[in-house]
Every structure is written in C-alpha cells, then in structure tokens.
Write a protein that binds this ligand. Sequence first.
Ligand SMILES: C[S@@+](CC[C@H](N)C(=O)[O-])C[C@H]1O[C@@H](n2cnc3c(N)ncnc32)[C@H](O)[C@@H]1O
Length: 282
Amino acid sequence: MPKTKKTRGAKKKQDMLTAKNTNRHALYQSAVQEPEADTRFMEEVFVANYDRRPILLREDFCGTGFLSATWVKEKSDRRAIGYDLDEPTVEWGMTHNVAPLTEEEQSRIQLKVADVLEAPLDPIDVVCAMNFSWWIFKKKEQLLNYFRSVRKSLADEGVFVLDIYGGSEAYIEVEEEHDKELDGKDFLYVWDQDKVCGISDELLCHIHFKFKDGSAMKKAFTYDWRRYGMRETQDLLLDAGFGKVDVYWEGTDKDGDGNGEFTKETHAENTEAWIAYLVATP
Ligand SMILES: C[S@@+](CC[C@H](N)C(=O)[O-])C[C@H]1O[C@@H](n2cnc3c(N)ncnc32)[C@H](O)[C@@H]1O
C-alpha cells in the first residue's frame, strides 16, 4: 500500500501509548520505580553498618519483583526472594522481569504469592518494604506484628529498609500529574490522594494514567492505607525489637526539589512533600 498521508498518520498513532495498547504494570514500573537507586542505597547502608556486602534480599510487597530482578542482575553472588499476595501481579513479573534474566540469574531469584506475614524467618541480609506498602496495616498492633516478624528474619548483621512520605501535602486531598516515558513514548502519571481522614489517618489513593490520544486508565492502582508519622514509625520499630533506626533524608536541588540523594540526618525542615528511607538494624 502506498504511504499516503493518512496511513503515515495512522502509523504514528499506533506508535503512541494508549490505554488499549499498554499494560498498567509496565507503566507503573516506569513511572514509580527506580530499582537501581534502591539497590545502590541498600548496599551502601549495609556496607556502612557491617563493612561487607549484602547477599540475600527479601523484597516484601514485591509486586512484579522489578527490584528483586534488578538486585540479582547487578551482582553475580546476590540472591532475592519476593513476597506478594496478588497472583496476577506476580505472574506478570515472572513473565516480564524474571523470564528475561539468564538461567543462572533466574536460579538466584524467587517470587512467591504469599502474605509477608507468612515469610519464613530465615536469616536475611536486607528486608525491604518499598513504596509505602507497609501502610496497608491499619492497626498499630498489625504493624508491630509485621515489624517484629521482620526483626526475627534478619541475620545478626541485617538491615530493614522502608520508605515513608510526609509533609503538609500528606494531610490533604491532592492530585498531581507528572510527565513520564515508557520505551521513549510519553504518558501522564497521576497520583490522586483522593480521601484523607483527619481522625483515623486513613488515605485512599489512586494511580491513573493518561495518554496523548485522550484515552486514560482510571484507577489503574488503588491503595487503602493508614499514614504513619515519622517519629511514630521510628518508635514502633524500636518497640518491635530493632536496636537502632536511622533516617535518610533526601537533599534538594537548586529549585528546592528532591535530588535523589539521601543522607543520614537527625533534624530536617518539614516541607510540603518529602520522602525518606528508614533503616532499622538489630
Ligand atoms: C504499593 S504496591 C508496591 C509494589 C512494589 N513493591 C513497589 O515498590 O512499587 C503494594 C503491593 O503490596 C501487595 N500486598 C498488600 N498486602 C500484602 C501482604 N499482606 N503480603 C504481601 N503482599 C501484599 C499488593 O498486592 C501490592 O502488589
């Protein structure tokens, strides 16, 4: 068929991301996750504490196991085990993150469909709970129970790494849009903090994706969480049996935006929106 203007236009549209031709997990990984930054951080804090490299990672709430797959791919002696309750999500991860690894890399990773509370208490170097997944526990006792089980799973030399967000915007209903790319194609990532309760600290949040052709994936992901405070979480980790909790606070660039560099701090200015890592050790 000759390439008329019309067919060239049609091809262009095919090359665009649309709600129909893409997958929500692929969009999520591109928009939200930065596994290389997380693995670098985990290795650095482990080495800073114990002067040796960590080998075994347990990724709690692993979703598609993108972080675990990155962990084993980066260094040939590393191993990873991920736990997530949602079978279709784990299956997508097996196909798109684990299957592309070499056979040898695949022998060093396992993704399991299971509750993090059922993870065996084998000694682990690094346990992580990323993207605020641990806010799923709405009762303090549930969270303490989870933190206690992580504490029991750590080897004598181990770290538990979890992230947390806060600032004045964490207390209000807010919707923010960010330009993102997947395989060089643009889309819009929308973080929708839809309902925030002033009494229970519960949050109902959604992720939506929007595309250039006008299509959208509304509520591609929904999170029904309780927000825990920074000091409150440190106290709960200590109550659960951790000996020390360090806070790694994000630095800012010249415009005052987060620069992706996290340093150990004991005081920080509260801002509209901040993200930090907590690192708990035995
Ligand atoms: C916010 S997503 C995090 C995905 C990924 N870890 C990341 O960093 O982006 C939360 C994940 O936790 C899983 N989840 C929720 N409760 C769980 C539980 N009790 N045990 C294991 N996984 C759970 C959900 O299925 C979901 O995939």
